[in-house]
Design a binder for this molecule. Structure first.
Ligand code: SF4
Ligand code: SF4
Length: 148
């Protein structure tokens, strides 16, 4: 059974198509630029060939998450809310400085989410949060996760 599959970062991709030529299964040759997970065998040839380092191999199954201290998670969650608020405020202005601040907030926020266990699809925190939100989109996401 395959252990990894390839994902492409479209922000880095220069569309020179080298990955398409080296892929033995055609998984990289898709209309929507998303590598076909079902066809990908995780050989890594595309990642080695990509001059832009736009392709990474990610594990099919992530290791079990560490248990996080609740106090720490709550603090990270509050900090995340503040960063998201700051990001929204900065996004209302198109000046170069505020665009830069906006991007920087997003990066900090992603780190915070990752640290507090919200980034992985299998994360218990993410599942709990989706159950708490409990709207149609959250229910749909939970259903997809359960079917995977
Ligand atoms: S080799 Fe890299 S830069 Fe070229 S198309 Fe593939 S992912 Fe994009
Ligand atoms: S890891 Fe191998 S099979 Fe998967 S997309 Fe890249 S070259 Fe194709």
């Amino acid at each position: 059974m395959k252990q990894k599959y390839a994902v492409r970062n479209l922000n880095l991709c220069t569309k020179d198509c080298l990955c398409l030529y080296v892929c033995p299964t055609g998984a990289s040759d898709t209309e929507n630029s998303i590598i076909d997970v079902d066809k990908c065998i995780g050989c890594g040839a595309c990642a080695d060939a990509c001059p832009s380092k736009a392709i990474s191999l990610v594990p099919v199954n992530y290791p079990k998450q560490q248990v996080h201290n609740n106090e720490l998670v709550n603090k990270a969650r509050n900090l995340t809310k503040n960063k998201a608020r700051e990001e929204n405020i900065a996004s209302n202005d198109k000046s170069k400085l505020l665009v830069a601040i906006n991007k920087s907030m997003r990066l900090v926020n992603e780190d915070l989410f990752r640290e507090s266990g919200y980034m992985l699809p299998q994360s218990k925190n993410t599942h709990d949060l989706l159950k708490e939100i409990n709207n149609d989109i959250a229910k749909e996401l939970l259903k997809i996760e359960q079917n995977d």
